[in-house]
Design a binder for this molecule. Structure first.
Ligand code: AMP
Length: 548
């Protein structure tokens, strides 16, 4: 059986190294990018780290090098020093035994070794950050006039770090007939402009799941503290007319607790969870269909078999830990061309998870303000008005007795308007009022400004240590027996788990790389799948895994 990497057009000399690294199958981005790059095309790749993009550009790049040349032939530009080192290491692994010299250059390191290596003319591939590369170029130490390959890695990150001008200067210093590959998770306008200005008819590839949320669904999020979730829910329910609402909780216990609490406060709701008998489930469905119950509180599993055509509102009381599940949940509304609303309650600990969900649906979902007491009063008023208008339009049933009472009151000298007000007051007083609960912390948990900071790194750096160690709910922490001292990086963890344990990279939560141990948060549902392996192959290393 031929090795699948050979089928992509790679030469046999790489296969042993790839096998030693545990690469038996190309990842999707490799399968798409390698043949295009080998055919000489420029490439615009939309992909994130952890997809295997280093090998996707690295192998064709290495294969195209001239072994006899003594000048820099390929330039890889990365936003950070860490990434420069990672890419260097990966390229060295792929090129092992081939006599290719790959030089990382980055700021914060003395110039001496970099200058010496460049002067000796031994570096075939230079991997670096834009600032230092430019610096070396301007000192005359780095010559790019014979470069045949340029790779811009994580272009959108470089853009947001203000490197765009440095990159154009670097590109200008290379021959226009070079081959160029650009990778970016997003394609903001300046990145597109860069591609248009400096690439020749680039082929586009996108390695991202295609399915996202449907049109017709309005998504909104609300910042709440954990203990305010129920209060927040009652506020949302009070301020909107909900035909059928599907409220998702993460656990069975929570579905029961939330449904019970809603009922206790005058909001008829039914729980739907896996412990229920089929007959009990049928009863719930029937009650919903007859309109007796408008709110269903369900777990993901229980909601699977739910056959209710018109869900007007999906409410994520607990966020799902898997962004894919978010899409399924939200897809329960706005069926058959109808419109629907999807609300999500997001707690401070779920910031990272929320960002992953936004990345998955490929849009920013706006944070709304929870309805105030005034909003709720106004909503009730307009509902009363609507009800009265409808009754007047449909015709009020004739009642001799009521007429008699009115006449008596008017004869007694009461104003008809005052009589009507008294009647409304009585009607409302007799109607069971659903209760709106007060919030413990009426202000949202974070400022708008912070939310608008696009870059996750900013928040990660500034978040207090204690919080960083906390686990997102529903996640289980696993230990890996490898860490910083072995050169492990987050992309390796994602890559290894995704390819070897076959779990979606997007579901992997926080990754903390220690000196010799790494902690990874994985959703409960995937733990068994990961632990089915006692150990993973990472490069030449066998890495043990255990439940923390
Ligand atoms: P990257 O997106 O290039 O940073 O790669 C992420 C991780 O996936 C790294 O640990 C790679 O070693 C690993 N990886 C890349 N390609 C493959 C493959 N074809 N098979 C197995 N692991 C891979």
């Amino acid at each position: 059986m031929t090795n699948p990497f050979l089928a992509l057009g790679l030469e046999p000399r790489w296969v042993a190294n790839l096998t030693a690294l545990g690469y038996t199958e190309p990842t999707p981005i490799q399968a798409q990018a390698i043949p295009l790059l080998l055919a000489g095309h420029d490439l615009l790749g939309r992909s994130q780290t952890g997809t295997g993009k280093t090998a996707a550009f690295g192998l064709p790049l290495l294969q195209s090098l001239d072994p006899d040349a003594t000048h820099v032939q390929a330039l890889v530009v990365t936003p950070t020093r860490e990434l420069a080192l990672q890419v260097t290491q990966a390229l060295r692994d792929y090129a092992r035994g081939q006599g290719v010299s790959i030089l990382p250059v980055y700021g914060g390191q003395g110039y001496g070794p970099q200058l010496r290596a460049l002067r000796r003319g031994r570096a075939a591939v230079v991997v670096g950050t834009p600032g230092r590369l430019l610096d070396l170029l301007q000192r005359g130490a780095l010559r790019l006039d014979q470069v045949r390959w340029v790779v811009l890695d994580e272009a959108d990150e470089m853009l947001s770090m203000g490197f765009i001008d440095d990159i154009t200067t670097l590109l200008e210093a290379t021959p226009p007939e070079r081959q160029t590959a650009l990778f970016s998770a997003t394609l903001p306008r300046p990145v597109r402009a860069l591609a248009e200005g400096y690439m020749r008819a680039p082929r586009h590839i996108a390695i991202q799941p295609q399915e996202t949320t449907a049109r017709g669904i309005t998504q909104q999020a609300f910042r709440v503290r954990e203990r305010d979730k129920l209060a927040a829910l009652t506020r949302l329910l009070a301020a909107h007319s909900i035909a059928t609402g599907l409220i998702f909780c993460r656990t069975r216990a929570n579905t029961r607790a939330v449904a019970q609490a809603l009922n206790d406060h005058g909001w008829p709701a039914a729980a739907l969870h896996g412990d229920m008998s089929q007959a009990a489930r049928e009863d719930v469905f029937a009650a919903v269909r007859r309109g007796h119950v408008r709110l269903l509180v369900a777990t993901d599993v229980a909601a699977r078999g739910l056959d209710i055509a018109q869900v007007s509102h999906v409410i994520n009381y607990d966020l799902p830990t898997d962004p894919e599940v978010y899409i399924h949940r939200v897809g329960r509304t706005a069926r058959a061309g109808k419109t629907g609303l999807a609300w999500s309650l997001v707690t401070p600990r779920e910031r990272g998870l929320w960002r992953r969900i936004e990345r998955r649906v490929r849009q920013r979902i706006p944070f709304g303000k929870l309805p105030s007491a005034q909003d709720i009063a106004q909503a009730r008023q307009s509902r009363l008005l609507e009800q009265l208008q409808r009754a007047l339009e449909e015709g009020v049933p004739e009642s001799q007795a009521a007429r008699q009472v009115l006449h008596t009151l008017v004869d007694q000298g009461h104003d008809p308007l005052t009589i009507t007000l008294a009647a409304l007051h009585l009607a409302q007083a007799h109607e069971p009022q659903a209760k709106v609960l007060p919030l413990h912390e009426p202000t949202a948990w974070t400022s708008e400004r912070r939310e608008h900071r696009r870059r996750g790194a900013w928040e990660r750096e500034r978040r207090p240590r204690r919080e960083r160690r906390e686990r997102e709910p529903g996640m289980v922490r696993l230990g890996f027996a490898a860490g910083r001292m072995h050169g492990l990086r987050p992309g390796d963890v994602v890559g290894t788990l995704a390819y070897q344990a076959r779990i979606p990279g997007a579901v992997i939560g926080r990754i903390q790389i220690g000196d010799d141990t790494t902690w990874v948060d994985v959703p409960q549902d995937y733990v068994d799948q990961v632990l089915a392996h006692d150990a993973f192959r990472w490069g030449r290393r066998t890495v043990k895994v255990w439940k923390a």
